[in-house]
Design a protein around this ligand. Structure first.
Ligand code: NAP
Length: 249
């Protein structure tokens, strides 16, 4: 029997990049996966099709996060698909303004925090009554919460906020047997950083940052998430898995 048979997982931003790898892995492990996305319906459909092609169960759910009514759109989408209980919530969707403190505008700051902090906070709040006891909340942070990267200062601050939120919530939800943990990816080649990594010098810097001398793959992060989603992690809560490939050790 697969470890997640009979479980239902919601992966925000599950249509592309790291989220897609997480969605595919959780489906492979037996969960029915809600592949959330913001606007790229083609990518979401491709992810659902890839899951179904190997016998998994998934459906796509569209909801732009970081805008008024975003959480209600998710809840309505779940209801329309007959999903009233969840076992696993992966808060993965995020944006990155790629700005230094001198460049950042208040509007960019607001967008970073609306998508990366406010949306997961209130999505979690509203899903708590629907999350089964013994459930899992897994929040995707970033190595920049540990390694100072001044070119993404606002994005980094959002990840710091998400990590403290996770730690605090873990204590609150312990009595229900719900674990709350964080996975911190390092450089992973996705569309989020495609432009940044297209510069050969930056790519080389990213490679050499890891103890393994490589840029990571989405599956590296998905594997850590799979552990936190599984029963094997039942005694692990309020912590961070640093999946940066040993960056800047
Ligand atoms: P990505 O390739 O840019 O994919 C982002 C995903 O989030 C897409 O599914 C996208 O859906 C969704 N999304 C983004 N903004 C949204 C919004 N406002 N409303 C709804 N959905 C939205 O990102 P990624 O590189 O896979 O990153 C995934 C997570 O890993 C993020 O939390 C990121 O901070 C973290 N991370 C990434 C790296 C890296 O090197 N890539 C490193 C450390 C941490 P649509 O396409 O439909 O908009």
């Amino acid at each position: 029997m697969s470890t997640l048979d009979g479980k239902i997982a919601l992966v925000t931003g599950g249509s592309r990049g790291i989220g897609r790898a997480i969605a595919e892995r959780l489906a492979h492990d037996g969960a029915q996966v809600v592949v959330h996305y913001g606007s790229n319906e083609t990518a979401a459909k491709e992810t659902v099709a890839a899951i179904e092609a190997v016998g998994g169960k998934a459906f796509a759910l569209r909801a732009e996060l970081g805008v008024p009514g975003d959480v209600d759109t998710v809840l309505n989408g779940l209801r329309e698909h007959g999903v009233d209980r969840l076992d696993i919530l992966v808060n993965n969707a995020a944006v990155n303004s790629y700005r230094t403190i001198e460049e950042l505008t208040p509007a960019e700051f607001d967008t970073d925090f609306a998508v990366n902090v406010k949306a997961p906070f209130f999505l979690t709040q509203q899903l708590l009554p629907r999350l089964n006891d013994g459930g899992r909340i897994i929040n995707i942070s970033s190595g920049v919460a540990r390694i100072a990267l001044p070119t993404v200062i606002s994005y980094s601050a959002t990840k710091g906020a998400l990590e403290v939120f996770s730690h605090t919530l873990a204590k609150h939800l312990g009595p229900r047997g719900i674990t709350v943990n964080v996975v911190r990816p390092g450089y992973i080649a996705t569309e989020m950083n495609a432009e940044e990594l297209s510069d050969p010098a930056t790519r080389e810097r990213a490679r050499s940052l890891s103890a393994f001398g490589e840029i990571g793959r989405p599956a590296h992060v998905a594997d850590a998430v799979a552990f936190l989603a599984s029963d094997d992690s039942r005694w692990v809560t309020g912590t961070i898995i640093d999946a940066t490939g040993g960056s800047a050790l």
